[in-house]
Design a protein around this ligand. Structure first.
Ligand code: GLU
Length: 286
């Protein structure tokens, strides 16, 4: 057993569960939370909870309160304080400014309809792939449109960003024990600063994982493609690369991923129907 003071110098594995309070948690979230907490405990690490509530149009405080209630009911405990992303916009602005400074962002004035009309392919999430229309605008035209008050996103110039890298990107996938080549190109010039919320999922998650010293990112396979963008942002912002474990998704009888949008029973509904937390844990294999 090392002396206690030595522990201060030993890297502690840090894991996090990072739900968005835009609906109720269901069994897929329970699996991810239990998986992450168990991995943290197994590694002698820390389990953090982060509330990803940047999308003020879709997130609700009552869903955040429900997340605390559901996770406590499942028997989970996390290290305080809980980070609410909406309270840390300054951190995302600082990252935005850094990316602007190194010249990898550009303003995009296209509407969703413009992108739909001009896209010839789809990104890994199935959204129309931006063909880069506004990348070609001159500096004076950009300034003119900004001065006129036209709303705009900031997109990454994928070509410029990749050209800055000194070495190829990869990440360690714990589930296979393999290093995976990270290739964010299928995302094209993805939006990093949304005009409506001033940040994006990709940017906020990367900033938070770095600021919270997260060493292990455990999340569902549905976010595997996003990791390729996250590795690029970590490299550009000179953040360390966490290890990644993309776990299986909990599916319904028809093999579909459980989702809020498909009206799958929420943890609250299961609890109110008399299902015990122990039954859920056993059902999910914990
Ligand atoms: N907030 C994201 C979600 O609820 C998860 C983010 C992450 O684990 O990186 O889907």
């Amino acid at each position: 057993m090392p002396d206690l003071w030595l522990l201060a110098f030993m890297p502690v594995p840090v894991y996090r569960f990072a739900p968005s309070p835009n609906g109720e948690l269901h069994l897929g979230h329970a699996y991810s939370a239990l998986f992450t907490a168990e991995a943290a405990a197994h590694a002698g690490g820390i389990f953090l909870l982060r509330i990803e509530d940047i999308d003020h149009g879709r997130c609700r405080p009552q869903f955040a309160a429900q997340i605390f209630a559901d996770l406590s009911w499942l028997g989970l405990r996390w290290v305080e304080p809980v980070r609410f992303q909406s309270e840390h916009m300054d951190d995302y602005r600082a990252a935005r400014d850094r990316l602007l400074q190194i010249g990898v962002l550009y303003p995009c004035f296209c509407s969703r309809r413009d992108v739909m009309a001009s896209a010839a392919a789809f990104d890994p999430e199935g959204n129309p792939l931006y063909p880069g229309t506004c990348r070609a605008l001159s500096r004076s035209e950009r300034q003119r449109r900004i001065a006129s008050g036209a709303p705009y996103h900031l997109r990454i110039d994928m070509g410029q960003a990749l050209a800055r890298l000194a070495s190829p990107l990869s990440f360690r996938e714990i589930s296979s024990g393999r290093d995976i080549i990270a290739d964010p190109r299928p995302w094209g010039d993805v939006v990093l600063i949304r005009k409506d919320i001033g940040t994006s999922y990709h940017l906020s998650v990367v900033v938070d994982d770095a600021l919270q010293s997260v060493t292990h990112v455990t999340r569902g396979m549905d976010l595997f493609a996003a990791t390729h963008v996250h590795r690029l942002l970590q490299a550009l912002l000179e953040f360390p690369a966490p290890l990644y474990h993309h776990h299986r998704l909990i599916t319904d009888g028809a093999g579909r991923k459980l989702a809020k949008s498909l009206c799958d029973p929420s943890l609250r509904a299961l609890r109110e129907a008399g299902v015990a937390a122990g039954e859920i844990r056993r059902e999910l294999g914990f």
